[in-house]
Design a protein around this ligand. Sequence first.
Ligand code: UD1
Length: 419
Amino acid sequence: MDKLLISGGKPLQGRVRLSGAKNAALAVICASVLSAERVSLENVPDISDVQAMFEIIRHLGAEVLWLSDSAVQIDPPSCLKADPPCHLVKKLRASNLLLGPLLSRFGYARVSLPGGCNIGVRPMDLHFKGLAGMGAEISIESGFAVGRSPARLKGARIYLDFPSVGATENLMMAACLAVGQTILENVAKEPEVVDLANFLNCLGAKVRGAGTDVIKIDGVPQLGGRVRYPVIPDRIEAGTFMLAAAATRGSLVLENIIPTHIEPICAKLREAGVEVLENGDSVTVNAQGPMRPLDIKTLPYPGFPTDMQSQIMAMLTLVEGTSVIVENIFENRFQVVGELKRMGARIKVEGRMAVVEGVAELHGAEVGATDLRAGAALVIAGLMARGQTGIANAHFIDRGYHRLEDKLRALGVQIARSH
Ligand code: UD1
């Protein structure tokens, strides 16, 4: 198991160019199996989750070719070859996003129930209810969700009890090749949902309303058209670097950003007293002075993202005063607390609420990542701490951060990896 070794205590300084969005890329790759023709994707992050997804679609019969370190060509399967091996689909929670597109195009799909990050129960009831409403038969067979649809799926009116990102994406993809119109209500408005809708429309789909509460899809018989599509920049990677800069009282220019996507993070940094300047597709963070404590509540977009909660907690450990964090999306997202405490942080957890009392200093320690964003939080804590921090289970971090060590080294950080 890989370990990251970070020597902390120095402010982050310089410029960093961010990569394509993990969650947008994963959804777009799943959507590519809906296409009858080759698709080319750009700004794809070469991270282990994306590699795992490519391996899965290769097993389904797709051909995947990297043209550069961020451009990929996908020849989708014309018929389903075989189910991908269990260990692969189990490894990647996002493989559940293949359920909708495979069912819709081939009338059959088998995906594993939860895998990926250990951050909560993560049920799929909303996905299943929606697909059943479109005429699919869904059953649970030995830990897998199996979908069957002998005829084409039918357009339907579907209300989501919660604006789930995955359910919105799965149902939107399923509806593209369904017969008639689908109306999805109370859907997720995350930028990754909008990016997926834009990609589907490039393939000839008729999706309207992505980014609002209601998405309408008019089904078409086939998708294709040899598209070339750039994935949006990663707002969570951007936010992680912004918080790392603020936490170390550094000064950082971040390039390849869509500023509206990171508004909730910019707002909280400004509230803490950090200077954040937006300029086209770049953002500058300057954090020289003292910072103020914050109240954070995670919410669906455009609220504060749950995927940034652990990282902002790490930053707040050194902010004088009391900060309060309420986690409303995933119930198991405070696992990082124990690790931060090993570094000297003072945090109390009560159900879905964490109370952070700022301390004067963190010290380097041996800690372990428990999930992807907890790992990112420990990197930030390691950058803030006096002395050396060893972060075990670095494979969690590799799932979502493209060339993290190279990017940090270019900003003056001493970081190494041991195997
Ligand atoms: C996606 C992101 C993840 C992010 C999350 C919330 C990907 C690959 N992952 O995950 O990084 O943290 O959105 O922004 O894009 N729920 C149900 N029933 C369902 C589906 C979800 O109860 O059928 C609940 C979940 O348990 C959770 C909440 O809804 O409490 C949000 O989950 P959801 O938005 O679906 O997250 P994911 O799509 O899994």
